[in-house]
Each structure stands twice: as C-alpha cells, then as structure tokens.
Design a binder for this molecule. Sequence first.
Ligand code: GMT
Length: 375
Amino acid sequence: MKIGITCYPTYGGSGVIATELGKALADKGHEIHFISYSLPQRLNGFVGNIFFHEVEMSKYPLFENQIYGITLTGKTLEVIEYANLDILHVHYALPHAVSGYLTKQILKKNNKDIKLITTLHGTDITLVGLEPAFLPLVKFSIEESDGVTTVSEYLKQRTIENYGVKNEIEVIPNFIDLNEFKPEEVGCCKKSIAPAGEKILVHVSNFRKVKRIKDTIKIVNKLKDEIPVKLLLIGDGPERSDCEKLARDLGLIKEVLFMGKQSEIKNILSVSDLFLLPSKEESFGLSALEAMSCGVPVISSNIGGIPEVNIHGETGFLSEVGDINDMANNCKKLLLNENLRKRFSNNCLVRAKVHFDKNIIVPQYENYYERVLSK
Ligand code: GMT
C-alpha cells in the first residue's frame, strides 16, 4: 500500500506512534510518505521506501497568524498527486483530520478519492477539541473520516460521549518495539546519577499542566527522609520553570534533576527503579508503556486510559489524581521491598510483550487499512 501519514513531528506521543507505525509499515514493504512541518523526531536512518514532505509555511505578510491547516492541505494534495496514495492516515484531530477532509473534498471535485483514516490520541478529544471554537470541527471531521481509531477503549467512549458521533470506532492500542525498549545494564550511567546508590525515579513528558509534574516533586519531598532518592525529570515545556522553582523552594536541588529533552530515553529508563505518571488526564500513557517495556514499574494516577496499560498491584499502583500521599506510599512499598519491585518489573515485561508488542499491533493497523479500502 501507499500510505500518507500526517503527524506532529515533536516529542509528543502521537508523533512518536505515527512515526513508529510508518517505520514498521515500511519494514513490511509499504510505501510511506510522512507529511509534517518538520522531520519527525523518531524518523532517523535512511529507508528506501520512506519519504518525508515538509510543509513549508508561507512568509506572505498578511498571514501574520500562520495558516498551517490550509498549507498542510495544499502539500497533502501535491503528495497524493505525485505519489498516488491509497490512504491518508492522520494522527491527532486538529488540524490534521480537518485538513484531511478538505483534501478529500478537493480530490472529489477532480473525480479522485482517497481513504481518510483518523487516529485520535488524547487531548484532541479530551481537552482542546472541546473548546467551543473547535468542537464542531472535530465532530464533523470524525464523522467524515472513512475510518477512525482511538488508542484506548477509554478514548473511544469519550469520543462517543463528548461528540455524539455515530461512526464505528476501532480501538488499536499504542505499541512498543521490544527490541528497542528493553532492560539493559547501563551501570556507568547509574553511577553518575546516583553515586550513593540512591533509588532512581523518572518522569518523561512534554511538561504540560495536564501531567501534574509538581506532584512528582512533592512525592520526592515525602520520600527523601526515609529513602535516598533521585528524581529525573525528562522533557521540557510550559511547566518547567514553575517546577524548577518548586524544587528550589522545597530544597530539593540535589534530589530533583531537570534533564531537559533527551534522545536516549531507553538508557535512562534502564537505570530507573520507578516511573511516575501522576497526570490528571491521559488517554493511554505511552511513556508508561516505554518504562514497562524496560521493566520499570509505574506509579500513576487512576485516570483515563492508564488503567488499560498499568495494572494496579501487578505492574505498578494507581491512585486518585492528586493523592500524593498514596502515591508516595506506593513508591515506598516497592522501593523498600526489592523482591516485590522485581516481581512487578517482570510483570511489566510480560504485559508489554503480550499486549503491546509492535508485532501484534501493527498488523491490526494493516488489517484495518484493508477493511477501510474495501468499504
Ligand atoms: O503529545 C501528543 O502528541 C499528544 C498527546 C495529547 O495530548 O493528546 O498525547 C496523547 O497521545 C499519546 C499517544 O497516543 C498518549 O500516549 C497520551 O496518553 C495522550 N495524552 C493525553 O491524553 C494527555
């Protein structure tokens, strides 16, 4: 098949999944055309059947506020024309699904068609999509897609409830490359982070409010007198400055390390004892799955699609959003009992392998493409 993939290129989970999906499909012989405003972060290495098309923004003076959705549509039309795509698979509703709809309509005028598949990832449905200015657009573009997938059962239900859409929605969970995210001995790295043998807690995100990163710092504040710990905060975004201030105010300069964006997350996960995900909204929690795949148990909130990934009492523990006492106690249970932590770690590996292995999930997408094409 010839497949166009539109996604955000930056660190967010939707871009990661879109890129990994494209790479996996290319491995299976499909021709993949990525369309985005810059090269997706995980699109590294040369593969003969992967193409990248950059959406270049116009410098025209009237466009003081960039018209990305329209420029994207123009570029997509060009790619479809030149590459003769069978499917346009867009990740994240705004503006990608809206642009996909416009693309389809313009093609129709020229007696051409393309199948439009929209994968909904999270805040496109639960947060920004609900803003009054966007809600009708999101609803309409879902209804007009030839196929719609969500990354969790939770997100499917939220899509139906929030937008009243009647389409059939296919749940295809996020996936992981077990060869890449696996436990590894990176002793030297561990020594430099925790020279006195401190326990290592880690959180990875794009530092948005929805992630409640301050909770991770408050958890460390509760643990530090009983257990020597280091908290690695990986990523960057709007909440970082406030979090740095909180860490300073609490006197946790040595305990909390702001590492910024990192490319080798799997190495950091490999030396970590626990992964923290206290989000107030999360449709899936790809970062938690990456941790689990490296054998790192997850301390998370019990919200959204997280319970479909992290199983309470098996791969980690779940607490109510904002209940940092409970989260800190759950950390203690595992940090003070290495046998239990190891058992959870093993459960994580098994769960990642049995439910979220790339080799199980990518064929589900292929199968779904076939079904949509034959409609
Ligand atoms: O960061 C992104 O690219 C999208 C982002 C979002 O806010 O929608 O992440 C979502 O998609 C990821 C990949 O499917 C999921 O693992 C995240 O749980 C989800 N984030 C939220 O729901 C907050």
